[in-house]
Design a binder for this molecule. Sequence first.
Ligand SMILES: Nc1ncnc2c1ncn2[C@@H]1O[C@H](COP(=O)(O)OP(=O)(O)OP(=O)(O)O)[C@@H](O)[C@H]1O
Ligand SMILES: [Mg+2]
Length: 251
Amino acid sequence: MAKIISVHSFRGGTGKSNTTANVTTILASEGRRVGVIDTDIQSPGIHVLFGLNEEAMRYSLNDYLWGKCEIAQAAHDVTSQLGPAVKGKVFLIPSSIKAGEIARVLREGYDVGLLNDGFHQLIQSLKLDVLMIDTHPGLNEETLLSIAVSDALAIILRPDQQDYQGTGVTVEVARKLEVPRLVLVVNKVPPTFNATEVKARVQQTYNAEVGAVLMHSDEMMALASAGVFVQHYPDHPMTAELRRLAARLVE
Ligand SMILES: Nc1ncnc2c1ncn2[C@@H]1O[C@H](COP(=O)(O)OP(=O)(O)OP(=O)(O)O)[C@@H](O)[C@H]1O
Ligand SMILES: [Mg+2]
């Protein structure tokens, strides 16, 4: 059975897209067929990490939602971007980065039920082992749907009071929607913080599992979304932590 894994955060800029791309790459490097879909229609971004530029996007998620194509036609095989270590496959379903197409979705909306159908069609037609869903921050209809259909949900937060409060909201929603596995990921932890203490505190605050504590990394900042961290830094301690997270999410 294919697994659906969503990555969400209440606030923006926490590291959702980078975490999604890293977990995707790890799972694919172990031989899996992984789909990754950008449901952040308002502010898409994960295509950048996989080196997919606008001209190469034949179809996007938007086209599928408007009935212009099958969802599998919007899937782009980006495996070759990830180097020879990836034994499996990575298929990216991007959201459009054309201003007019983003505006149209915001103006007209779309049938969220189509997203759910799309997820299952992707799993079937691409024979996926895992479907990763990168989301828009905060709670909206597509996020609620993604959480509801997920086998596992990773909620990312920074050690920041604004994140702490918002994360509580998402955790509550995920519990109501009975997501089988809920994993918190603390990201951008300053090097002066003690990771073990942060983990214990966050775990206690939400009474939920902390799947990873990721330190702020200058290498990640410098990479600046021009690639996937685990591919560029296979021996970095953060890569080891991301591997543990990936294993837990897909377990
Ligand atoms: N552990 C880290 N150390 C340093 N920089 C990081 C780390 N994690 C993420 N970043 C940087 O933070 C920025 C935001 O990351 P990313 O785009 O993954 O977040 P996001 O949650 O998807 O944002 P959005 O809500 O806008 O979609 C990027 O520039 C990324 O390189
Ligand atoms: Mg993002």
